[in-house]
Design a binder for this molecule. Structure first.
Ligand code: SF4
Length: 82
């Protein structure tokens, strides 16, 4: 399935998702993402592709980096415990 066909941002100016000052101006993009039916797929795509600019899946690049690190730590803990 091409999840991007259902993207809530299809008709939105892409600049909304790539704000000049991401930390302060990502709120408009995040509000659109909140109602997007393919948010999980979008987020996983951005994480897998290591996209390091813009809001994807409702998260800024800083938030995605943090989520990726958190998942890596959890995976290491699970490996150690196994
Ligand atoms: S989650 Fe946000 S960036 Fe991703 S497709 Fe939906 S609206 Fe677009």
């Amino acid at each position: 399935m091409n999840w991007d066909i259902e993207a809530g941002c299809r008709s939105v100016d892409p600049e909304v998702f790539f704000p000049d000052r991401p930390h302060d101006h990502a709120l408009a993009a995040k509000a659109i993402c909140r109602g997007c039916p393919v948010r999980p797929q979008c987020l996983e795509f951005a994480l897998d592709a290591r996209l390091d600019h813009g809001v994807w899946g409702g998260l800024t690049e800083v938030e995605r980096r943090s989520l990726r690190r958190s998942r890596q730590r959890r995976a290491r803990r699970e490996q150690t415990a196994a």
